[in-house]
Design a protein around this ligand. Structure first.
Ligand SMILES: [Fe+2]
Length: 257
């Protein structure tokens, strides 16, 4: 697999695989419209733990002041940089967990005026980055009322889950995954299947089910997520969901109760 495909042609029957409008990509891949003032953009694969190759996906939100909120940035290409120049100034760059930080240095160089915000554990891994804030449950003034957030404690990597109100989109990093079967080969394919990393429906990988502690705190934070009127869902590793995301999220966390 070279990259995840958020726009499969054979997917109209499944709400998880709803098509997403395409844009002109004549000068290279550019972000795709996902909803009002929100775009997604897929980058090249990166190598994670134990040699697993993961697809990468970022989201971009245009805030009310016109500035861009960049979530989990992927490799910055000339086509992506041109698109950003036409769309709005980069105001905030968010590393939503301590596993998604590889491209921060390039973005800091390209957009030195932007504020970079890291989830717990990111700053320790990226000492060369000037962080504006540590992300937690408190929503910063700059995106309050537009983007909500909640910190999900996870012993592998705490994750900040976001909700973009204008598009009713929940944005998760690694907490839910649904990579296509066939994404991995050999023993990695078996491990990915048993861990629930691959499949048609976004699910919490088994390794995270063990690591989501303390359990009572996790339940409270997940209930906060389930309180959002979600229609759409963006995953870093899996096809985006374009409707009925709230019901899907309820099912995805049923094991927790
Ligand atoms: Fe990831």
């Amino acid at each position: 697999m070279t990259r995840s495909d958020p726009n499969p042609a054979d997917s109209t029957a499944n709400p998880i695989h709803n098509p997403i409008p395409e844009q002109d990509q004549s000068t290279g891949p550019v972000p795709q419209v996902f909803g009002p003032d929100i775009w997604i953009h897929d980058g090249p694969q990166v190598e994670g733990a134990a040699g697993f190759q993961f697809p990468t996906r970022m989201a971009l939100i245009r805030l009310a002041d016109g500035g861009l909120f960049v979530w989990s940035p992927v490799a910055l290409t000339p086509a992506l940089a041109d698109w950003i120049t036409e769309t709005g100034p980069v105001r905030h760059i968010v590393a939503p967990n301590a596993l998604h930080h590889v491209f921060l240095p390039a973005w800091q160089v390209a957009y030195p005026q932007a504020q970079i915000h890291g989830a717990p554990g990111v700053a320790e891994k990226r000492e060369e980055i000037r962080f504006a804030s540590l992300l937690g449950d408190a929503v910063p003034e700059d995106w309050k009322g537009q983007v909500e957030q909640v910190l999900i404690p996870n012993r592998i990597a705490d994750e900040v889950v976001f909700f973009h109100r204008a598009s009713a989109t929940v944005i998760v990093t690694d907490l839910l995954q649904a990579m296509p079967p066939g994404s991995f080969r050999g023993w990695r394919a078996l491990v990915a299947r048993l861990d629930l990393m691959t499949g048609d429906t976004p699910r919490v990988p088994r390794k995270f089910r063990m690591a989501l502690r303390p359990r009572d705190v996790v339940r409270g934070r997940v209930e906060h997520v389930l309180g959002w009127p979600a229609e759409r869902l963006i995953l870093a590793h899996g096809r985006p969901v374009t409707r009925d995301a709230h019901a899907l999220l309820r099912r995805a966390f049923r094991w927790l109760y």
